[in-house]
Design a protein around this ligand. Structure first.
Ligand code: S3P
Length: 169
């Protein structure tokens, strides 16, 4: 068995919430790469995007991916765009089982609406968000499908998802 579990997948699919519950069930540690980026940079993710742009954010992300890839017995929740970079994918898959969470665009929309700190969905116009989610999901599908397995989290409780993951590992 690999040393860690990485939870990947689009914003609002439940990576952090399920990740914490899974780590607790396994008696493992939990780390969220976005939180680590905020700690390292001393800035909110949205601030990094607005002040320095996405490229700088992606550099922080790769640095943190390198650090967390050396952990053992951790559930690692990564950002929705982390696995698009082949270097991040390669380094994480060495020691970690990679699980991707999927959800229907409408479900993602309703979940992200309650948390506004998502620069890629901050379009200034509410009516464009769902379209943007569909578009990004389609573009990212080929990267998300390169994981060990995919789970649809649309209509499932946290404990059901934790059980399903434990059954599969
Ligand atoms: C991003 C997802 C976010 C965060 C950043 C970029 C993306 O993380 O890393 O805003 O590219 O999909 P969550 O998926 O945890 O919201």
């Amino acid at each position: 068995m690999k040393r860690n579990i990485v939870l990947s997948g689009f914003m609002g699919t439940g990576k952090s919430t399920v990740g914490k519950a899974l780590a607790q069930r396994l008696g493992w540690g939990f780390v969220d790469t976005d939180e680590q980026i905020e700690l390292l940079s001393g800035m909110k993710i949205s601030k990094i995007f607005s002040e320095f742009g996405e490229d700088v954010f992606r550099r922080f992300e790769t640095l943190i991916v390198f650090n967390v890839s050396r952990l053992s017995n951790y559930v690692i929740s990564v950002g929705g765009g982390t696995l698009i970079n082949p270097y991040n994918r390669e380094i994480l898959s060495k020691n970690s089982l990679i699980i991707t969470f999927m959800a229907q665009p409408e479900v993602i929309y309703s979940r992200v609406c309650s948390n506004r700190d998502r620069p890629l969905l901050n379009l200034g116009r509410e009516d464009l968000i769902l379209e943007r989610i569909r578009d990004l999901l389609e573009k990212r599908m080929k990267y998300y499908s390169m994981s060990d397995f995919i789970l649809d989290t649309s209509f499932k409780e946290i404990f059901e998802l934790v059980d399903e993951i434990i059954d599969q590992i």
